[in-house]
Ligand binder design. Structure first.
Ligand code: SF4
Length: 197
């Protein structure tokens, strides 16, 4: 047990070293999965709905996530603070790309530390993040994913309640951004989740 806790602490430290704005260990039992949240991918319909193997209806959805969570006890959640205006721009994919790199880095380290089942989830559509220049998702038609290392499924398609997850981590989530104390430009956060064991 002590060994596992030390490894979780190492994962948190490595995420912060790599540039995550914060990272926390959470109990998987506290992760809320809500059908109504997953349904938002379809209504109002997300422009990326169905465009990638990693988005609905091509993922297992809330029921699949509940089944998966039964196999885990601990997860690490991370956030990346970015300028709100970046998230509201057509360059927003760069924030989600960085988030994917951070989450996958933690997943890879977790595997090195012995948590072979570790699995990262991010935000946004990998079609936009990694294949924006491509006409279609190659993996959807039976080909190989163009970004197998970094493309991960978004929490949204599974109905993971990101607001509740952020609260569990002790973060106050604001979609409309937060003014930093130094008076700089408004920041907003993107969130990732790595199931560890
Ligand atoms: S090929 Fe591109 S769009 Fe399809 S799953 Fe891989 S990264 Fe996502």
């Amino acid at each position: 047990m002590e060994d596992k806790l030390q490894k979780l602490a190492e994962l948190v430290r490595s995420l912060k070293r790599a540039g995550a704005s914060d990272a926390r260990v959470v109990d998987v039992s506290k992760i809320i999965v809500d059908e109504a949240l997953a349904a938002r991918c379809l209504e109002p319909k997300c422009p990326n709905y169905g465009l990638a193997l990693s988005c609905p209806p091509n993922v297992e959805g809330p029921e699949g996530m509940r089944e998966k969570l039964k196999r885990f006890e601990k997860a690490v959640t991370l956030k990346l603070d970015v300028p709100l205006k970046l998230l509201n721009s057509k360059e927003s994919y760069t924030a989600f790309k960085r988030l994917s790199e951070l989450a996958v880095g933690a997943e890879e380290l977790a595997k090195e530390l012995g948590f072979r089942e570790a699995e990262a989830y991010t935000g946004g559509s990998c079609k936009v993040i990694f294949c924006g220049e491509e006409e279609r998702c190659q993996a959807l038609s039976g080909g190989a994913c163009r970004q197998p290392r970094f493309a991960r499924r978004s929490m949204s398609g599974y109905g993971v309640d990101v607001t509740a997850l952020a609260a569990e981590a002790g973060w106050k989530l604001s979609w409309s951004g937060v003014q930093p104390e130094d008076g700089g430009e408004k920041l907003a956060s993107v969130y990732g989740l790595v199931l560890i064991y």
